[in-house]
Design a protein around this ligand. Sequence first.
Ligand code: URA
Length: 200
Amino acid sequence: PVQRVPVVASSDSLPELHAATNRCRDCPIGALATQAVPGEGPMYPALMFVGEQPGDQEDLRGRPFVGPAGQLFDRALAQAGIDRQAVFVTNSVRHFKYELRGKRRIHKTPTQLEADACRHWLDEEIALVQPRALVALGATAARALLGRPMAVMSERGQWFARADGLQVLVTVHPSSLLRLPPEQLPAAFERFARELAPGK
Ligand code: URA
């Protein structure tokens, strides 16, 4: 069961926030991961992209979106004319949740309780980084950012306002494209890249 501990909104800097995240055991995921994966990018960016949780590669390297989904995300950003160095890229859940199959670590979707337990780290990161707008990549991020379940497939490409006034663009998670039949990938990729470039 997820242990609820009082949230201390605490850290004055991203390195401090990351160090605290690394020690987090508010839910069971952290104990099995290699490390917490912090977001990366500049302060005060035009956009902060929020994924689900680190994957196998991200867990090992300590950086967000560097595995297969990250490579597709990078290509979509490039196509959208967005410089990855100029935006902030992060996740809803800070540790990699997986199931061992033989030697392979297979991604497991975090439960809602786990995502809820992790949400204050994302909120603190948003408060420190102060992006001008947010992009939710997939349902876990959309729910973490907007506080309610979102039907991503029907609401994608649209902006939603948060209680704090920040706008959130909802789109799909890049890993959903990797699961498509190959013949559907080009059109799905074009649509995803178009959605990443609001106003372009
Ligand atoms: N998927 C995510 O949601 N985030 C990552 O960092 C990598 C894959």
